[in-house]
Design a binder for this molecule. Structure first.
Ligand code: FAD
Length: 425
């Protein structure tokens, strides 16, 4: 039987390119089918947490635009405070550059890529899989669906269960150069007023990415929240100088004389995009087909972070393919198992923490403001030095209290989301 490649990967986002890179490096023939022409814009804050960098086996610093070590927090546009970390928390990039960079590494390693080819369906036969596109079909022994939030591969393999739909709106926004410079090391987060969601400002080289996200069930209220966030940033009343460090205060004063806030000059693009969140352990493969990254619903329900999970699941999928291709008794069961054990157990904990946060946003906001321990834990989680699962383990023999608290808070959180949704109707 002739095939076009041992492994066909649908999608050249971080999940697809990392899988391709790993496979090509091990001498496996890989073909990526990508519907867009690269470089292409992708709606994303493109904040790279330190743990992502630990997971990528080459240096991605050439595409960093800013390095963030300060977070400005507000709770429903009130109670603003600033926290600074000695170590970088997040590196911001733009996804057209980041994704093109990862793809170039996969191609250098030996992967082939066809742009402008949209995968519509995958049919599984006894000895191969057939990947159907408008311009023809391709055969391979295995298929990795890394085709993002609306994955055609996941749909055709029946791997979409247990996914809770999230949604985000984001705009690329230009501001005066002094303002962009002043906030080049800071992100702004407003949380606690939109149940299960939050608003953010991420600094880029010459502009800001400003967005809001939350459960898709509350999508009706999201645009209003976004507008209020932008108006609030522009008004500038949030500049709580009392808690800013010196360097920050000087920069802030520099432009404050000219502007009362973030002087938004131009919205380049405003787009919405789904954020699929898998809430239960599930199957991540069916026959010869696996799903990775957003196609598998592997995003953090608390923060919306998905690049880490895309990169990690892409690498795990590559490992599973490699084992499968070298085995006399091949199976992809180990992929579903490792994704559930490693990634889903973390995402399930993140979901529990989200419920707690929805239940007591005022307390958690004050806790991060007043407790150095809480702030350090926040930084450690972003840097991948601690995991959500460590929070539960920290309860030791009182773990049952944690589970009980989470159960109650899920109930309160669901109720609050529903009430918020009813008010919007
Ligand atoms: C507004 C917003 C902000 C975000 N901010 C962050 C953040 O700051 N940090 C973070 O870690 N995560 C963030 N995320 C999540 C992050 O964008 C995703 O989790 C991540 O992009 C998933 O990577 P992926 O490779 O699985 O999918 P994608 O990056 O979506 O890549 C999928 C690729 O597949 C291609 N494709 C789609 N369909 C097909 C098809 N049928 N055939 C062929 N190709 C196809 C697409 O063109 C695309 O290139 C954000 C998400 C949103 C919506």
């Amino acid at each position: 039987m002739t095939t076009d490649a041992d492994v066909i990967i649908a999608g050249a986002g971080p999940a697809g390119t990392m899988a391709a890179y790993e496979l090509a490096r091990q001498g496996v023939s890989v073909l990526i089918l990508e519907k867009s022409q690269f470089p292409r814009y992708k709606v994303c804050g493109a904040g790279l947490t330190h743990k992502i960098l630990q997971e990528i086996p080459f240096d991605v610093s050439p595409v960093f635009e800013t390095t963030v070590n300060t977070v400005i927090f507000s709770r429903g546009f009130r109670d603003v405070f600033t926290r600074t970390s000695a170590e970088p928390l997040i590196y911001c990039t733009m996804r057209d550059r980041f994704d093109a960079f990862l793809l170039s590494k996969a191609v250098e390693a030996g992967a082939r890529v066809l742009h402008g080819i949209k995968v519509d369906d995958v049919r599984q036969e006894k000895e191969f899989a057939e990947v159907i596109t408008r311009t023809g079909s391709f055969r391979s022994r295995l298929v990795i669906g890394a085709d993002g939030a609306s994955s055609a591969v996941a749909r055709s393999a029946g791997l979409r269960e247990n996914i809770m739909p999230g949604l985000a709106w984001e705009a690329e926004v230009t501001a005066g150069p002094a303002v962009v410079k002043a906030y080049s090391q800071s992100i702004f987060l407003d949380w606690g007023s939109f149940p299960g969601g939050y608003a953010w400002l991420f600094p880029k080289a010459d502009h800001f990415s400003i967005g809001v996200g939350g459960p898709a069930s509350l999508s009706k209220g999201m645009m209003d929240y976004y507008r209020r966030f932008v108006d609030y940033l522009a008004a500038g009343s949030w500049q709580d100088e009392s808690r800013m460090n010196n360097e920050y205060r000087i920069l802030n004063n520099e432009f404050r004389n000219k502007n009362s806030g973030i002087d938004i000059l131009n919205t380049i693009s405003l787009k919405s995009w789904p954020i699929p969140v898998r809430v239960k352990r599930s199957r991540f493969h069916e026959g010869r087909v696996m799903v990775a990254g957003d196609a598998g619903g592997l995003t953090d329900p608390l923060t919306g972070e998905g690049i880490y999970y895309a990169v990690r699941s892409g690498r795990l999928a590559a490992e599973a393919c490699f084992k499968y291709l070298g085995s006399t008794n091949p199976s992809l069961d180990s992929y579903t198992q490792v994704v559930n054990d490693e990634l889903m157990s973390e995402l399930i904990e993140a979901n529990r923490i989200k419920y707690l946060f929805n239940t007591a946003p005022v307390k958690i906001h004050s806790f991060v403001r007043d407790s150095d321990r809480a702030w350090r834990a926040f930084g450690k989680i972003l840097r991948g030095e601690r995991w959500y699962a460590d929070v539960r383990l920290g309860f030791g023999k009182w773990k049952f209290l944690w589970s009980l608290g989470c159960r109650v808070s899920k109930w309160v959180s669901d109720y609050r989301e529903k009430r918020f949704g009813d008010v919007m109707m």
